[in-house]
Design a protein around this ligand. Structure first.
Ligand code: GLY
Length: 581
């Protein structure tokens, strides 16, 4: 269970102090004397444990993962059980019908990552979401069968098991099957999501399905169909999904809904082990996901661009800190839209994109006096170059293995297509492709040729499961859902702990902002930022938007404390929970 405070760390004296920071900004648009009234409250710690921990979007999933660790399983065993438990208790994003990424660091310091991202079906083609006039039919990539990419999650858990697992798969899946059979209890937040989407579920599926029954907070949801699917996978292995009876049922179901995924698509699917993106930020070494996620590259670009600036000195969420971070984000997302895609299909100049030489040049035209306009900024030039909702969990085991995993159906409940027979939702990951250059996807992200639809290509992601080392040792596991805001939420959480010396819990709870080049606005979580700061930013030419993003990210993380214990940060924005021992 998560605790709000740690009684073991300090005697807890509640106090609040206000500090008035004056900002001396020598510039044309004199900002209001910055009364960044920083409310200094006693730090709030998340759950603290001695040995091992799981932090995920649901208490049931964290507990199942923790129980595997306590039985002597390693972080990879716990990954398999946690991933599947989220598919049961958190159908909003947990999945069998989606995909994800895992970044790992073993107890011996070896690092790596697994890509179990969905792929475009063999029958997919570049203009499949355009009408006869060449206009994007937006709904096609978002709801229903054409939105569905070939799922990768079951391939992912079997790849992890084969390479890194230590316990039998049967044993790892057993508690998940029992959870599906006995049921889980609906939370208040979950009821809100079921209520919001029930009508869409009925329209897309043409009938009432399990999750459109009107479950209320406190009700128990049993998913007997999913229990049977998991049991079949438990008995028959990976091939049950990728060509066996479950696969055939899935293809038949999609066909009935005019889908294009075939048994050949399932048979051809493979998860890929990939080199992670690795870079330094000051004395930290950061290990994050490489393409087909943009997460690691963009995180590296932003952190390298802000490294020369005094982020700590400016103060948390001060005008200057927000300006520097926003301008770096703007430039990174402009590059993202042009250069990034599936590395199996496009050549991506990763080394150049994250090099100091290139990134120093990118910030050349930044000034504290005036916001850069996104319309004046494009992707950087590289000589010779050819051209939410999601969920995250972090696990650390008692051996010293650490993982960060982000998994997704893309939008909330994916395509909304739900197989009653199999007990799970199908993703709408095809919307992460660029349907047409210049036309934004559901996250407002733009893309170019690098991320155009092609048969069997993986769509570009923003998922940023990330591990951080300090002084050569594992220090933090972090990640979040949130579509395009994933990268910037992970960034701010790392900065909150490293630069602003917050606890893991305070770091994930802290207010967040986001800029992604286009649309040219800074999105702020509403009513939690200092009004003087927002006014100053407007005066410098920034478009400030507090309406569109009530929630930016839902971060879960684990931090190694100076005494070696683990602190969990489970985001207050969801039902997220840390569990450990
Ligand atoms: N579907 C969200 C992402 O992969 O970025």
């Amino acid at each position: 269970m998560q605790t709000k405070t740690s009684h073991s760390l300090k005697p807890f004296i509640s106090f609040t102090v206000f500090i008035a920071l004056l900002v001396f900004t020598a510039c044309k648009n004199e900002p209001k004397e910055e009364i960044v009234e920083q409310k200094v409250t006693a730090p709030v710690y998340g759950l603290i444990v001695d040995k091992a921990m799981v932090v995920s979007a649901r208490a049931e999933a964290s507990k199942i993962g923790k129980d595997i660790l306590a039985k002597g399983g390693n972080a990879f065993d716990a990954m398999i059980a946690t991933e599947m438990a989220l598919a049961v208790a958190y159908p909003y994003a947990g999945n069998l019908g989606g995909g994800g990424f895992m970044v790992y660091r073993t107890q011996y310091g070896e690092i790596g990552s697994l890509d179990y991202r969905e792929k475009a079906p063999i029958a997919a083609f570049k203009d499949m979401y355009l009408d006869e006039e060449g206009n994007v039919i937006s709904a096609l990539s978002k709801v229903g069968s054409l939105a569905v990419g070939v799922p990768g999650t079951i391939a992912g858990i079997f790849a992890v098991h084969e390479k890194m697992g230590s316990m039998p798969m049967e044993e790892l899946l057993q508690p998940v099957i029992e959870l599906a059979q006995k049921g889980y209890v609906v939370t208040q937040k979950q009821q809100g999501r079921f209520d919001a989407y029930a009508a869409v579920f009925d329209t897309v599926n043409g009938q009432k399905t399990l999750y459109s029954q009107g479950f209320k907070a406190g009700d128990t949801v049993k998913n007997i169909a999913l229990a049977a699917t998991l049991r079949a996978i438990q008995q028959n292995g990976r091939s049950e999904f990728y060509g066996g009876k479950t696969g055939i049922q899935l293809v038949d179901f999609l066909k009935k809904h005019d889908g294009i995924i075939t048994i050949e698509d399932l048979e051809a699917y493979e998860a890929q082990w990939r080199e992670p993106v690795v870079f330094d930020y000051k004395d930290l070494r950061i290990i994050s996901m490489a393409p087909p996620s943009s997460g690691g590259v963009c995180l590296a670009q932003i952190l390298k661009m802000i490294e020369p600036y005094d982020i700590k000195g400016y103060g948390h969420n001060s005008t200057k800190a927000i300006q520097v971070i926003t301008e770096a984000e703007r430039r990174a997302y402009a590059d993202r839209s042009f250069y990034l895609g599936d590395p199996d299909f496009v050549k991506i100049p990763i080394d150049t994109l994250i090099s100091e030489a290139y990134l120093n040049g990118r910030m050349d035209n930044f000034s504290f006096d005036l916001a850069t306009k996104s319309s004046d900024l494009s992707h950087g030039e590289i000589p010779g170059y050819e051209s939410s909702e999601t969920t995250h969990y972090s696990i650390v085991d008692s051996f010293g293995n650490a993982i960060a995993v982000t998994t997704t159906l893309n939008g909330a409940f994916g395509s909304k297509l739900y197989s009653e027979e199999l007990g799970f939702f199908l993703n709408n990951e095809m919307d992460d492709f660029s349907a047409k250059p210049g036309v934004p996807n559901m996250f407002g992200l733009l893309g170019a040729e690098a991320n155009a639809v092609e048969p069997q290509k993986r769509m570009l992601s923003s998922m940023t499961p990330t591990l951080v080392e300090k002084d050569g040792e594992f220090w933090m596991s972090v990640g979040t859902p949130g579509g395009s805001t994933i990268i910037t939420s992970v960034l701010q959480t790392i900065l909150n702990v490293y630069e602003h010396e917050m606890t893991m819990q305070d770091a994930v709870n802290a207010p967040r902002f986001h800029h992604q080049w286009l649309p040219d606005m800074i999105m702020f979580e509403p009513n939690v930022f200092d009004s003087t700061v927002l006014e100053n930013l407007k005066n410098f030419g920034y478009n400030v938007n507090q309406e569109n993003s009530p929630v930016i990210g839902k971060v879960d993380g684990i931090l190694v404390l100076p005494d070696g214990r683990l602190e969990g940060g489970a985001d207050r924005r969801g039902d997220d929970t840390a569990d450990g021992y």
